[in-house]
Ligand binder design. Structure first.
Ligand code: 1CP
Length: 334
């Protein structure tokens, strides 16, 4: 059994480290492949290259877990939306068409994403058994934001622009949950052994909707994972003190905290769960002393409870890979 799976299943406190967005944008070996593959979705559907990119940070840093190189937007893609990645402007999706969205079949979805599952099969064969291969999905709200194109800026959504009622949103979420769970199951069947559920934009949900848009949909996915025996980690980024209610209601195996969360508060309030992450990725842009000092804080605070060393969000594109290596070494020698 992989190290990360053991921690999540047995809630034991052995050491484990991986970083969100560890494969990709900041690594020269990724940039080299990316420069020859201008279509990002096509790159995600190239099983050999996806597997190679997944293993790049493992080769370089000997991390405990690999996360499959793919994207949360592969689900809207497989459900019929066209996706383009504009330079410096993030992803753009073609207009959401309810008729098209509600007429998808599970068989076609699995077939369309089969290169992702093949990439997992290839990677699992090459990865040492004690290393975890992490599958991932976006949570319904975060996918919905991209599918409807309602994010105005980094910190704002135009909910009023939606002009659909709660009943319709619930139907869309239900349909999404069906395919999210299928995508999880397919990735696990192909050889992944843990799943992380990214709710990157949970912090943009109005407080009166947090239960319907965040807690309940995540709970349904975690419930599915529990029934299937799939170790899971949730990342409801940006919900601040609502992390406590999230943990109580959703009951994931692991919970990834963002950099707004006070680690002492997290240690005291988040019970019966493995805590992961927290350290701001911006510390990797500072000098070593500051980076080590910040890392020490997290390692010390969580030293007596099961904790997975990771960041409070993904590695930034401008990160120096040597800093990443130094941080991992620092953690291992601690
Ligand atoms: O232009 C490029 O080179 C593409 C950049 C890129 C990469 C390397 C994108 C576009 N996606 C990815 C890979 C990716 N995405 C991975 C695998 C790599 C790894 O983590 O090791 C993962 C786990 C994701 C997940 C993802 N995609 C999330 C959730 C995690 C998070 O960081 O919050 C989100 C929100 C996305 C959407 C997305 N895809 C790509 C971009 C630039 C974005 C975010 C755009 C935005 O800010 O809205």
């Amino acid at each position: 059994m992989s190290n990360l799976k053991k921690i999540l299943k047995n809630k034991n406190s052995c050491k484990s480290v991986w970083f969100m967005r560890q494969a990709g944008r900041y690594l020269p070996e990724f940039k080299n492949i990316r420069s020859k593959n201008p279509d990002f979705i096509k790159l995600c559907l190239n099983s050999d290259l996806s597997s190679e990119i997944t293993l790049q940070p493992i080769k370089r840093f000997n991390l405990d877990s690999a996360i499959i190189f793919s994207d949360i937007l592969m689900i809207p893609y497989a459900l019929g939306q066209k996706i383009t990645f504009l330079k410096n402007d993030g992803p753009k999706l073609s207009k959401f068409k309810p008729n098209l969205f509600f007429s998808n079949y599970e068989k076609d979805f699995t077939k369309k994403l089969s290169p992702v599952y093949d990439a997992i099969r290839i990677t699992r064969k090459k990865l040492e058994t004690e290393k975890s291969l992490i599958a991932f999905v976006g949570a319904p709200w975060t996918l919905f934001i991209y599918m409807y194109g309602i994010r105005k800026s980094k910190n704002q959504v135009e909910l009023d622009k939606l002009k659909i009622d709660d009943k319709k949103i619930e139907m869309i979420f239900q349909e999404l949950i069906k395919f999210i769970c299928l995508h999880i199951k397919n990735q696990i069947n192909a050889g992944a052994d843990v799943v992380q559920i990214f709710d990157t934009w949970a912090g943009l949900i109005p407080t009166n909707k947090i239960k319907d848009y965040c807690f309940k949909p995540n709970a349904k996915i975690v419930e599915f994972c529990r029934k299937e025996g799939i170790p899971n980690i949730c990342f409801p980024k940006g919900i601040r003190e609502k992390y406590e209610d999230f943990n109580k209601l959703v009951k994931p195996d692991g919970i990834s905290i963002d950099y707004d969360i006070d680690p002492i508060w997290a240690r005291d309030k988040l019970k019966n769960v493995v805590v992961q992450g927290g350290l701001s990725p911006y510390f990797l842009l500072k000098n070593e002393e500051e980076m080590f000092e910040a890392a020490t804080k997290y390692i010390q605070i969580f030293k007596d409870i099961p904790y997975v060393f990771n960041l409070g969000h993904g590695l930034l594109p401008e990160t120096d890979p040597d800093k990443v290596a130094k941080l991992i070494k620092f953690y291992r020698n601690f």
